[in-house]
Ligand binder design. Structure first.
Ligand code: URA
Length: 233
């Protein structure tokens, strides 16, 4: 693989920035300065240091984004696409949001180019749990919590059992194993309330990093990637 592709795949820099850094002698491959960004390296074994920082290549890239309100979970190149919050190299590499959050929903969005993993995470067969913090109005009571947990008739579709941890009538957390269109909002409408705030905090084994501000992203850690990929086994 070309050195500049190796580096841009990791999100560390664009190919243009690689060319500049290479000319400035800021790229080391196996301890040797490489000034030609087009050289081919062995992506599985080469030790690459870019501007003083080691860069790790892996076949797929996994990113956690704290989605803010007002952006759309799409790969389409529109000004409001979540992909605009990430380096353009990620889109070029074929990364996409794994599932959708509504435009006004905030929280954890996994962005990856690992198609099989995304398919597994989203497949209804795998019952991957998603936990959302919610605020609703009017407040719900015990009977509505019971209805949400037991299953709701949502326009003829009966939702699977959910788990609700209510802090009060107005706020709490709900965990579901499905991802139907506007699912949580429709479930609350069905029990006579309305979601006024929704934040995804957990997606399978992945928890939203509390240190990640809205609009910010980071690469998944090795432990997080391992937790995700082990679901496929
Ligand atoms: N359920 C919703 O209603 N909206 C979301 O964005 C996610 C789950």
């Amino acid at each position: 693989m070309r050195l500049d592709k190796f580096i841009s795949d990791t999100g560390a820099a664009s190919r243009k920035e690689c060319a500049r850094a290479a000319r400035a002698g800021l790229i080391l491959v196996d301890g040797t300065t490489v000034r030609d960004p087009s050289v081919h390296i062995d992506e599985n074994h080469a030790k690459v240091v870019f501007c003083g920082k080691p860069v790790q290549w892996s076949r797929f890239t996994y990113v956690m984004l704290h989605k803010p309100a007002g952006v759309i979970s799409t790969t389409e190149d529109t000004p409001r696409s979540v992909m605009r919050l990430l380096p353009p190299e990620f889109s070029k590499k074929g990364m996409f949001p794994c599932g959708r959050l509504d435009i006004d929903t905030v929280g954890l969005l996994l962005i990856t180019d690992d198609g099989p993993l995304a398919h597994m995470m989203l497949s209804p067969k795998h019952h991957v749990e998603k936990t959302y913090a919610y605020m609703c109005d009017p407040p719900i009571g015990e009977e509505q919590v019971r209805q949400l947990e037991n299953g709701i008739d949502m326009d003829g579709y009966f939702t699977k059992p959910a788990y609700v941890e209510a802090d009060s009538g107005e706020r709490g957390r709900i965990t579901v194993t499905e991802g139907k269109y506007h699912q949580i909002k429709r479930m609350f409408v069905a029990v006579g309330s309305e979601i006024i705030f929704l934040k995804r905090e957990q997606f399978g084994p992945l928890a939203l990093d509390p240190a990640l501000p809205e609009g910010a992203w980071r690469f998944l850690t090795d432990a997080e990637i391992c937790a995700l990929t082990s679901l496929q086994k």
